[in-house]
Design a protein around this ligand. Sequence first.
Ligand code: XMP
Length: 512
Amino acid sequence: TVLIVDFGSQVTQLIARRVREAGVYSEIVPFNRASEALERLQPKAIILSGGPASVTAEGSPRAPQGVFESGLPILSICYGQQTTAVQLGGVVEGGHPAEFGRADVVIKEPSALFEGVWEVGKRYPVWMSHGDRVTQMPEGITVKATSENAPFAVATDEKRRIYTTMFHPEVVHTPDGAKLLANFVHRIAGIQNDWTMAHFRTAEIAKIRSQVGGARVISGLSGGVDSAVASVLIHEAIGNQLTCIFVDHGLLRQNEAEEVVRLFREHYNIPLVHVDARERFLAALAGKSDPEAKRKIIGGLFIDVFEEEARKLGGADFLAQGTLYPDVIESVSFTGGPSVTIKSHHNVGGLPERMNLKLVEPLRELFKDEVRALGRELGLPETFVGRHPFPGPGLAIRIPGEITEEKLNILRQADAIYLDEIRKAGLYDEIWQAFAVLLPVRTVGVMGDARTYEYVCALRAVTSTDGMTADYYPFEHAFLGATATRIINEVRGINRVVYDITSKPPGTIEWE
Ligand code: XMP
């Protein structure tokens, strides 16, 4: 295990991902819990993250002194470098907030960190953070690379195995960063590859068996990757002690419900209750057009329906959930104030308490890309594993205004054509999410000699790494033109197509 001590950088999660991509398990812990984690995890190496604070500010975060007394290899990044310097007797000057930018480093001396990656005398691009800066390193730590503005771009004590960088090796803008991190965990810390999805599968199955024993488990399938992977894994562990409940709320995409049912019943032979609740959801949503109201109705009704079905089954002891690692990492917050709710994401929160269920969460340690890899390991079809994320409230938040069956049908057809064109053009995997939105606006058009007065369809496609920020996808005009033509010709009810070129922020990915 590699312990990652978090000082609140936006990109700390990427450190964990890069380390895991190198085949080594890593955990992120807030700096003020690092002492306890050092005991509990018995890590073989420690990484100190970046962070927004200034080490010169009073009360700014520090690593527990035990980190430096542990004798373990340490890699300190950005803020981590500064606090390392200060805590070991160096000097930092500043009071500048951290910001990022491209820079080149020049390698001055060899280091175990660079082996096989960077050569002395050469120059390499990195993503540097500007802000406070170390002006004097502690004894024993010497410069290995510099940049124009950073005399201590890399400074290390090879004997004590303390490595510090002012730049961020974890971001893709430092092209060789992943290799440097791999050097740290393999060459320097000597950690073997112990983190593969095959290992995880075996270990997690044993864990599920010991947690659940002979008890009964229910899981809710959503059509998404996480709930499917969690359910297949649990089924592999405990067989028919698991029952899956699939609540079809009628807000799914074309053929999606059938695919889920077929996959579970036929491909895996996993017991599945398919609840057709389409009319109940439509009735509950009738006349409602406020986005938050729609989300609350869907979330609430989902819980009601799920609970009814679970009771019919005679109840259960455990509820399976596809909770992922980013949901459980405790974040370091410096603002303290409550954050504003932009959207209340629909989930089954509250259900475990209401039904007195314990939780099984076999994906708690995984990032999304690891869940996909595990899905492949478990034999889920590629079309399923590689799916774009899909929101819990489904198409209801892609129809601004009131939801009707007619609008849902129109949207499903347009969305299917759009995704079909994207797949045919080979672009599906380059895009984080792509979908059609049906606007509650009719406009005039002409078809043959006749006047038409029909809905507007907006197409959305974004690239993103985590859904937190996103850029619109720059399709070729020819692609957009051909797709629009197909939608207008094939879908009755749409006579105009527009493309959404808003990034996030300031837009959000979904329209509601
Ligand atoms: P936004 O629209 O907030 O979306 O930029 C970010 C990511 O979250 C998904 N999303 C949801 N997922 N329930 C979900 O499970 C929701 O209510 C919900 N709203 C948005 C969205 O699809 C994108 O991937």
